[in-house]
Design a protein around this ligand. Structure first.
Ligand code: UDP
Length: 328
Protein backbone atom coordinates (compact mmCIF):
# COMPACT_ATOMS: atom_id res chain seq x y z
CA UNK A 1 0.00 0.00 0.00
CA UNK A 2 1.68 3.30 -1.04
CA UNK A 3 1.93 5.85 1.76
CA UNK A 4 1.35 9.57 1.18
CA UNK A 5 1.73 12.65 3.40
CA UNK A 6 -0.73 15.47 2.68
CA UNK A 7 0.00 18.81 4.33
CA UNK A 8 -2.95 21.15 4.71
CA UNK A 9 -5.07 18.00 5.02
CA UNK A 10 -7.89 19.69 6.95
CA UNK A 11 -8.33 22.43 4.36
CA UNK A 12 -10.62 22.60 1.36
CA UNK A 13 -8.27 21.04 -1.20
CA UNK A 14 -6.30 18.94 1.29
CA UNK A 15 -9.38 17.13 2.56
CA UNK A 16 -10.62 16.35 -0.95
CA UNK A 17 -7.16 14.99 -1.74
CA UNK A 18 -7.25 12.79 1.38
CA UNK A 19 -10.57 11.35 0.16
CA UNK A 20 -9.24 10.67 -3.31
CA UNK A 21 -6.04 8.95 -2.19
CA UNK A 22 -7.90 6.83 0.36
CA UNK A 23 -10.25 5.77 -2.44
CA UNK A 24 -7.25 4.87 -4.62
CA UNK A 25 -5.94 2.52 -1.92
CA UNK A 26 -3.23 4.69 -0.35
CA UNK A 27 -2.36 4.99 3.30
CA UNK A 28 -2.84 8.70 3.97
CA UNK A 29 -1.03 10.70 6.64
CA UNK A 30 -2.68 14.10 7.06
CA UNK A 31 -0.94 17.10 8.62
CA UNK A 32 -2.40 20.50 9.47
CA UNK A 33 -1.89 23.24 12.07
CA UNK A 34 -5.64 24.03 11.87
CA UNK A 35 -5.17 27.78 11.51
CA UNK A 36 -7.42 27.89 8.45
CA UNK A 37 -8.21 24.17 8.18
CA UNK A 38 -11.12 22.49 9.92
CA UNK A 39 -11.13 18.93 11.28
CA UNK A 40 -14.78 18.56 10.36
CA UNK A 41 -13.51 18.14 6.78
CA UNK A 42 -11.73 14.95 7.90
CA UNK A 43 -14.20 13.67 10.47
CA UNK A 44 -15.36 10.79 8.24
CA UNK A 45 -11.76 9.56 7.73
CA UNK A 46 -10.70 9.28 11.38
CA UNK A 47 -12.27 5.84 11.91
CA UNK A 48 -10.26 4.38 9.00
CA UNK A 49 -7.05 2.54 9.79
CA UNK A 50 -5.57 3.80 6.47
CA UNK A 51 -5.79 7.36 7.77
CA UNK A 52 -3.79 9.13 10.46
CA UNK A 53 -3.39 12.77 11.37
CA UNK A 54 -0.71 15.01 12.87
CA UNK A 55 -1.59 18.39 14.35
CA UNK A 56 1.60 20.13 13.34
CA UNK A 57 2.84 23.36 11.74
CA UNK A 58 4.85 22.33 8.69
CA UNK A 59 6.86 25.58 8.93
CA UNK A 60 8.66 23.88 11.80
CA UNK A 61 10.80 20.76 11.44
CA UNK A 62 8.62 17.91 10.21
CA UNK A 63 9.06 14.39 11.48
CA UNK A 64 6.94 11.54 10.16
CA UNK A 65 7.86 8.04 11.33
CA UNK A 66 7.95 5.26 8.76
CA UNK A 67 8.24 5.17 5.00
CA UNK A 68 6.71 7.74 2.67
CA UNK A 69 6.29 7.27 -1.06
CA UNK A 70 4.67 10.61 -1.85
CA UNK A 71 4.21 14.07 -0.34
CA UNK A 72 1.60 16.64 -1.37
CA UNK A 73 2.42 20.06 0.09
CA UNK A 74 -0.92 21.88 0.25
CA UNK A 75 -0.61 23.72 3.56
CA UNK A 76 -1.14 27.47 3.16
CA UNK A 77 -3.69 30.15 3.82
CA UNK A 78 -5.22 30.56 0.36
CA UNK A 79 -7.69 33.41 0.39
CA UNK A 80 -6.74 37.07 0.19
CA UNK A 81 -8.33 37.90 3.57
CA UNK A 82 -6.54 34.98 5.23
CA UNK A 83 -3.13 35.93 4.05
CA UNK A 84 -3.75 39.54 4.93
CA UNK A 85 -4.67 38.46 8.46
CA UNK A 86 -1.71 36.11 8.83
CA UNK A 87 0.94 37.39 6.43
CA UNK A 88 4.01 36.04 8.25
CA UNK A 89 2.60 32.50 8.55
CA UNK A 90 1.70 32.67 4.87
CA UNK A 91 5.28 33.57 3.96
CA UNK A 92 6.66 30.92 6.28
CA UNK A 93 4.55 28.00 5.10
CA UNK A 94 5.31 28.72 1.43
CA UNK A 95 9.04 29.07 2.08
CA UNK A 96 10.16 27.29 5.29
CA UNK A 97 7.28 24.82 5.07
CA UNK A 98 8.25 23.94 1.51
CA UNK A 99 11.90 23.57 2.52
CA UNK A 100 10.92 21.17 5.32
CA UNK A 101 8.73 19.12 2.98
CA UNK A 102 11.49 18.94 0.37
CA UNK A 103 13.95 17.84 3.05
CA UNK A 104 11.53 15.20 4.25
CA UNK A 105 10.99 13.97 0.66
CA UNK A 106 14.75 13.72 0.20
CA UNK A 107 15.20 11.81 3.46
CA UNK A 108 12.39 9.38 2.62
CA UNK A 109 13.13 9.05 -1.10
CA UNK A 110 9.58 10.27 -1.74
CA UNK A 111 8.17 12.05 -4.76
CA UNK A 112 6.77 15.47 -3.88
CA UNK A 113 4.14 17.64 -5.53
CA UNK A 114 3.84 21.24 -4.34
CA UNK A 115 0.76 23.43 -4.69
CA UNK A 116 1.63 26.60 -6.53
CA UNK A 117 -0.85 29.10 -7.86
CA UNK A 118 -2.00 31.34 -10.68
CA UNK A 119 -0.94 34.15 -8.30
CA UNK A 120 2.65 33.60 -9.50
CA UNK A 121 1.42 35.46 -12.62
CA UNK A 122 0.27 38.41 -10.46
CA UNK A 123 -1.83 40.89 -12.42
CA UNK A 124 -1.00 39.26 -15.75
CA UNK A 125 -0.12 41.18 -18.90
CA UNK A 126 -0.28 37.97 -20.97
CA UNK A 127 -3.70 36.42 -21.55
CA UNK A 128 -4.50 33.57 -21.19
CA UNK A 129 -1.60 32.67 -18.91
CA UNK A 130 0.84 30.04 -20.18
CA UNK A 131 3.42 28.39 -17.94
CA UNK A 132 6.15 30.25 -19.86
CA UNK A 133 4.89 33.64 -18.66
CA UNK A 134 7.00 34.95 -15.76
CA UNK A 135 4.32 37.09 -14.23
CA UNK A 136 3.68 40.59 -12.97
CA UNK A 137 3.77 40.49 -9.17
CA UNK A 138 4.05 43.40 -6.74
CA UNK A 139 6.39 41.95 -4.08
CA UNK A 140 5.52 44.57 -1.45
CA UNK A 141 1.76 44.75 -2.09
CA UNK A 142 -0.80 43.02 0.14
CA UNK A 143 -0.77 39.87 -2.01
CA UNK A 144 3.03 39.75 -2.11
CA UNK A 145 3.23 37.55 0.99
CA UNK A 146 1.39 34.78 -0.82
CA UNK A 147 2.62 35.34 -4.35
CA UNK A 148 6.29 35.65 -3.45
CA UNK A 149 6.20 32.70 -1.05
CA UNK A 150 4.76 30.58 -3.86
CA UNK A 151 7.35 31.87 -6.34
CA UNK A 152 10.10 31.04 -3.85
CA UNK A 153 8.46 27.62 -3.38
CA UNK A 154 8.74 26.93 -7.09
CA UNK A 155 12.42 28.03 -7.17
CA UNK A 156 13.25 25.89 -4.12
CA UNK A 157 11.44 22.88 -5.57
CA UNK A 158 13.29 23.18 -8.88
CA UNK A 159 16.58 23.50 -7.01
CA UNK A 160 15.93 20.24 -5.13
CA UNK A 161 15.06 18.63 -8.44
CA UNK A 162 18.18 19.92 -10.18
CA UNK A 163 20.75 19.59 -7.40
CA UNK A 164 19.46 16.61 -5.46
CA UNK A 165 17.71 14.75 -8.29
CA UNK A 166 14.52 14.75 -6.21
CA UNK A 167 11.33 13.74 -8.02
CA UNK A 168 9.31 16.95 -7.91
CA UNK A 169 6.06 18.17 -9.45
CA UNK A 170 4.66 21.71 -9.45
CA UNK A 171 0.99 22.50 -10.05
CA UNK A 172 -0.23 26.05 -10.64
CA UNK A 173 -3.79 26.08 -9.37
CA UNK A 174 -6.34 28.57 -10.71
CA UNK A 175 -9.49 29.58 -8.80
CA UNK A 176 -11.12 26.39 -7.54
CA UNK A 177 -14.43 25.94 -5.76
CA UNK A 178 -16.63 23.27 -4.25
CA UNK A 179 -18.04 21.92 -1.01
CA UNK A 180 -15.90 22.47 2.14
CA UNK A 181 -14.78 25.97 1.23
CA UNK A 182 -15.18 28.07 4.35
CA UNK A 183 -18.27 30.23 4.01
CA UNK A 184 -16.42 33.12 5.62
CA UNK A 185 -13.05 32.79 3.87
CA UNK A 186 -13.71 35.96 1.87
CA UNK A 187 -13.37 34.37 -1.54
CA UNK A 188 -15.90 35.40 -4.08
CA UNK A 189 -17.95 32.19 -4.34
CA UNK A 190 -18.51 31.55 -0.62
CA UNK A 191 -18.96 35.31 -0.16
CA UNK A 192 -21.76 35.52 -2.73
CA UNK A 193 -23.49 32.29 -1.69
CA UNK A 194 -23.23 33.24 2.00
CA UNK A 195 -24.72 36.66 1.25
CA UNK A 196 -27.57 35.10 -0.73
CA UNK A 197 -28.32 32.63 2.08
CA UNK A 198 -28.32 35.39 4.71
CA UNK A 199 -30.50 37.64 2.58
CA UNK A 200 -27.78 40.27 2.13
CA UNK A 201 -26.83 42.16 -1.02
CA UNK A 202 -24.00 40.68 -3.08
CA UNK A 203 -20.81 42.74 -2.84
CA UNK A 204 -19.01 43.13 -6.15
CA UNK A 205 -15.59 44.71 -5.78
CA UNK A 206 -14.68 47.39 -8.35
CA UNK A 207 -16.94 47.62 -11.40
CA UNK A 208 -17.06 43.82 -11.68
CA UNK A 209 -15.28 43.75 -15.05
CA UNK A 210 -12.33 41.78 -13.66
CA UNK A 211 -12.39 38.16 -14.76
CA UNK A 212 -11.74 34.77 -13.16
CA UNK A 213 -12.04 31.20 -14.43
CA UNK A 214 -13.53 28.79 -11.90
CA UNK A 215 -12.65 25.11 -11.71
CA UNK A 216 -14.71 22.53 -9.82
CA UNK A 217 -12.73 20.74 -7.13
CA UNK A 218 -13.13 17.19 -8.52
CA UNK A 219 -11.57 18.28 -11.81
CA UNK A 220 -8.65 19.84 -9.95
CA UNK A 221 -8.09 16.70 -7.87
CA UNK A 222 -8.02 14.59 -11.03
CA UNK A 223 -5.39 16.93 -12.50
CA UNK A 224 -3.29 16.66 -9.33
CA UNK A 225 -3.55 12.87 -9.35
CA UNK A 226 -2.41 12.71 -12.97
CA UNK A 227 0.42 15.19 -12.51
CA UNK A 228 1.76 13.34 -9.46
CA UNK A 229 1.96 10.15 -11.50
CA UNK A 230 3.44 11.82 -14.57
CA UNK A 231 7.16 12.29 -15.13
CA UNK A 232 6.95 16.05 -15.77
CA UNK A 233 8.97 18.20 -13.32
CA UNK A 234 8.06 21.69 -14.60
CA UNK A 235 5.03 23.76 -13.59
CA UNK A 236 1.65 22.79 -15.05
CA UNK A 237 -1.47 24.99 -14.99
CA UNK A 238 -4.62 23.26 -13.80
CA UNK A 239 -7.84 25.20 -14.03
CA UNK A 240 -10.98 25.63 -16.05
CA UNK A 241 -10.53 28.10 -18.95
CA UNK A 242 -14.22 29.09 -18.87
CA UNK A 243 -13.67 32.78 -18.05
CA UNK A 244 -16.34 35.09 -16.63
CA UNK A 245 -16.49 38.62 -15.24
CA UNK A 246 -17.22 38.94 -11.52
CA UNK A 247 -20.36 40.99 -12.32
CA UNK A 248 -21.67 38.14 -14.52
CA UNK A 249 -20.72 35.67 -11.82
CA UNK A 250 -22.81 37.61 -9.28
CA UNK A 251 -25.76 37.45 -11.69
CA UNK A 252 -25.32 33.68 -11.99
CA UNK A 253 -25.37 33.30 -8.21
CA UNK A 254 -28.49 35.48 -7.95
CA UNK A 255 -30.22 33.23 -10.49
CA UNK A 256 -29.01 30.02 -8.88
CA UNK A 257 -30.05 30.97 -5.36
CA UNK A 258 -33.22 32.84 -6.32
CA UNK A 259 -32.28 35.62 -3.92
CA UNK A 260 -34.24 38.86 -4.17
CA UNK A 261 -31.20 40.86 -3.11
CA UNK A 262 -29.26 43.11 -5.47
CA UNK A 263 -25.63 43.76 -6.33
CA UNK A 264 -23.80 46.50 -4.44
CA UNK A 265 -20.42 47.80 -5.52
CA UNK A 266 -17.44 48.13 -3.13
CA UNK A 267 -13.92 49.40 -3.76
CA UNK A 268 -11.57 47.05 -5.60
CA UNK A 269 -8.85 45.67 -3.31
CA UNK A 270 -5.29 46.76 -4.09
CA UNK A 271 -3.50 44.70 -6.77
CA UNK A 272 -6.64 42.69 -7.55
CA UNK A 273 -5.80 40.98 -10.88
CA UNK A 274 -7.88 42.36 -13.76
CA UNK A 275 -8.03 39.13 -15.75
CA UNK A 276 -7.21 35.50 -15.24
CA UNK A 277 -7.61 32.48 -17.47
CA UNK A 278 -5.43 29.40 -17.58
CA UNK A 279 -3.89 28.16 -20.80
CA UNK A 280 -4.21 24.42 -20.24
CA UNK A 281 -2.54 23.17 -23.45
CA UNK A 282 0.24 21.61 -21.39
CA UNK A 283 -2.12 19.72 -19.06
CA UNK A 284 -4.07 18.50 -22.10
CA UNK A 285 -0.92 17.30 -23.85
CA UNK A 286 1.10 15.89 -20.96
CA UNK A 287 -1.65 14.62 -18.68
CA UNK A 288 -4.50 14.07 -21.15
CA UNK A 289 -6.47 16.20 -18.67
CA UNK A 290 -9.20 18.75 -19.11
CA UNK A 291 -12.04 19.86 -16.85
CA UNK A 292 -15.29 17.93 -17.14
CA UNK A 293 -17.65 19.72 -14.75
CA UNK A 294 -19.42 22.81 -16.13
CA UNK A 295 -19.85 25.87 -13.93
CA UNK A 296 -23.62 25.32 -13.88
CA UNK A 297 -23.18 21.77 -12.55
CA UNK A 298 -20.42 22.61 -10.09
CA UNK A 299 -22.24 25.65 -8.70
CA UNK A 300 -25.36 23.62 -8.10
CA UNK A 301 -23.48 20.93 -6.15
CA UNK A 302 -21.67 23.60 -4.13
CA UNK A 303 -24.82 25.58 -3.39
CA UNK A 304 -26.62 22.43 -2.26
CA UNK A 305 -23.73 21.64 0.11
CA UNK A 306 -23.72 25.18 1.56
CA UNK A 307 -27.50 25.10 1.98
CA UNK A 308 -27.21 22.06 4.21
CA UNK A 309 -24.86 23.77 6.65
CA UNK A 310 -26.44 24.52 10.02
CA UNK A 311 -27.86 28.01 10.33
CA UNK A 312 -25.16 29.14 12.77
CA UNK A 313 -22.46 28.25 10.22
CA UNK A 314 -23.83 31.03 8.06
CA UNK A 315 -22.83 33.57 10.67
CA UNK A 316 -19.86 31.97 12.32
CA UNK A 317 -17.61 28.97 11.81
CA UNK A 318 -17.63 27.31 15.19
CA UNK A 319 -14.82 24.92 16.13
CA UNK A 320 -15.62 21.60 17.69
CA UNK A 321 -13.17 19.85 19.95
CA UNK A 322 -11.43 17.04 18.08
CA UNK A 323 -8.63 16.79 20.64
CA UNK A 324 -9.04 13.04 21.03
CA UNK A 325 -8.25 12.55 17.36
CA UNK A 326 -5.22 14.80 17.33
CA UNK A 327 -1.72 13.47 17.83
CA UNK A 328 0.70 16.22 18.79
N1 UDP B 1 -14.73 39.69 -5.07
C1 UDP B 1 -15.91 40.41 -5.10
N2 UDP B 1 -16.72 40.36 -4.00
C2 UDP B 1 -16.45 39.63 -2.89
C3 UDP B 1 -15.25 38.88 -2.87
C4 UDP B 1 -14.42 38.93 -3.98
O1 UDP B 1 -16.22 41.08 -6.08
O2 UDP B 1 -17.25 39.66 -1.94
C5 UDP B 1 -13.84 39.73 -6.26
C6 UDP B 1 -12.38 40.02 -5.95
O3 UDP B 1 -12.14 41.42 -5.90
C7 UDP B 1 -11.71 39.37 -7.16
C8 UDP B 1 -12.61 38.18 -7.47
O4 UDP B 1 -13.85 38.45 -6.85
O5 UDP B 1 -11.70 40.24 -8.25
C9 UDP B 1 -12.07 36.87 -6.95
O6 UDP B 1 -11.70 37.05 -5.62
P1 UDP B 1 -11.24 35.87 -4.68
O7 UDP B 1 -10.93 36.47 -3.36
O8 UDP B 1 -12.22 34.78 -4.73
O9 UDP B 1 -9.92 35.27 -5.33
P2 UDP B 1 -8.67 35.86 -6.15
O10 UDP B 1 -8.84 35.27 -7.49
O11 UDP B 1 -8.73 37.36 -6.21
O12 UDP B 1 -7.49 35.36 -5.41
Amino acid sequence: MPRILITGAAGFLGSHLCDRFIREGYEVVGMDNLITGDLRNLEHLFPLKEFSFYHHDVSMFVHVPGALDYILHFASPASPIDYLKIPIQTLKVGSLGTHNCLGLAKAKGARILVASTSEVYGDPTVHPQTEEYWGNVNPVGPRGVYDEAKRFQEAMTMAYHTYHGLQTRIIRIFNTYGPRMRLNDGRVLPAFIGQALRGEDLTVFGDGSQTRSFCYVDDLVEGIYRLLHSDYPYPVNIGNPDEITIAQFAEEIIKLTGTKQKIVYKPLPKDDPTQRQPDISKARKILGWEPKVSRAEGLKITYDAFRQLPQEALYKQEHRDFGHYVRK
